[in-house]
Design a protein around this ligand. Structure first.
Ligand code: ZN
Length: 339
């Protein structure tokens, strides 16, 4: 059954749950595509199927697998593929049967092992919960962060890594259906693979595509993200399933490319004027050009995006990432208060 509210109880902007995006090709959608509200995919073949990503915790993943069960009766899961190393796409892996072979690119597998573990997020959620009633800026920032982390349950999450690594361009046989993996990163994260299902013209684009929500670039460079969007368009698919947000077509990819070009050029101009990352992000998010993207949730993500454009591309340490998450929510609290 389609869900009508987000995990945090906000009104859903699109129906959540299972959606058949093409024959024997399904998406699992979590509105509204915000932090941790990630999508997964299922490709059914004859007597075998492939899952694209699990979810941020085991409870959510179990619920998804329960809804998928009738589809899996005839085509059991043989493989699951992790698109990229952010926890919201694989921390549910441990609830899959041991016989399901887990696949990822070598870069993804490496980064999965260095990502901040669930206990770090538990500690962050607890700190945000404790600070959220403090008056002023600290409390407002903590309340936002707490609201985003509270729907997830990471206590006792067991991390399950890839059983086998696969290379860019590899074709998997999913019960007679060819499924191709393309490594288009790193840019959003240290490894960004997408899954192309050519027989039905579907691409599971993972976090190279955000729809209705501002994208977030943790790794960079922005040019790689722009090239990845070109590569997605070149696949000429009928349906693109983003990592966050509802399934879409070419227009949403072109709009995302417009955002990155605008931000890249805007950051260059701000930096030339001597502005800091925080100043540049605040100027750009309030500029008239930003209105082209005003319908997207989480405009405060611009802070992380500006910071990434301003530094050398690379993997962030967990503390650096946590700092950016806090700074981004501070900006989110400012914007929500109309400041
Ligand atoms: Zn994600």
């Amino acid at each position: 059954m389609a869900t009508v509210a987000t995990l945090a109880g906000a009104p859903a902007r699109f129906p959540g749950g299972l959606r058949e995006v093409a024959p024997r090709t399904w998406a699992w959608l979590q509105p509204n595509g915000g932090l941790g509200e990630s999508n997964a995919g299922l490709i059914l073949g004859d007597g075998a199927s492939l899952l694209v990503d699990t979810l941020w915790d085991e409870r959510l993943t179990r619920r998804m697998l329960g809804e998928l069960a009738p589809l899996l009766a005839e085509a059991p899961l043989r493989h699951a593929l992790v698109t990229h190393p952010d926890g919201d796409h694989w921390w549910g892996n441990a609830v899959l049967d041991a016989g399901v072979e887990l696949l990822a690119t070598a870069a993804c597998d490496r980064a999965m092992r260095t990502e901040a573990p669930p206990r770090v997020l538990n500690a962050m959620a607890a700190a945000a919960g404790a600070l959220r009633h403090v008056p002023g800026r600290v409390g407002a920032t903590a309340a936002r962060l707490h609201g985003q982390l509270a729907p997830f349950h990471w206590r006792g999450v067991r991390l399950r890594y890839a059983d086998r690594t696969v290379e860019d361009g590899a074709t998997l046989d999913v019960g007679g259906r060819p499924v191709r993996l393309l490594d288009l990163g790193p840019t959003h994260s240290p490894a960004d693979a997408v899954v192309h299902v050519p027989d039905e013209g579907v691409v599971f684009s993972a976090d190279l595509l955000f729809v209705g929500v501002t994208p977030i670039m943790w790794h960079g460079p922005v040019e790689t993200w722009l090239a990845a969007l070109e590569a997605l368009l070149a696949l000429d698919a009928g349906v693109y399933v983003p990592g966050h947000g509802p399934p879409c077509g070419r227009a949403e990819i072109e709009q995302l490319a417009a955002y990155w070009r605008w931000l890249r050029d805007g950051v260059a101009a701000q930096r030339a004027a001597g502005r800091s990352v925080g100043e540049a992000a605040r100027a750009l998010v309030r500029s008239p050009e930003q209105r082209a993207f005003a319908g997207w949730l989480n405009p405060e993500r611009i802070l992380v995006n500006v910071a990434t454009i301003c530094r050398a591309p690379g993997e962030l340490s967990p503390p650096a990432r946590a700092r950016l998450l806090v700074q981004m929510n501070a900006l989110g609290a400012e914007l929500a208060a109309g400041r």
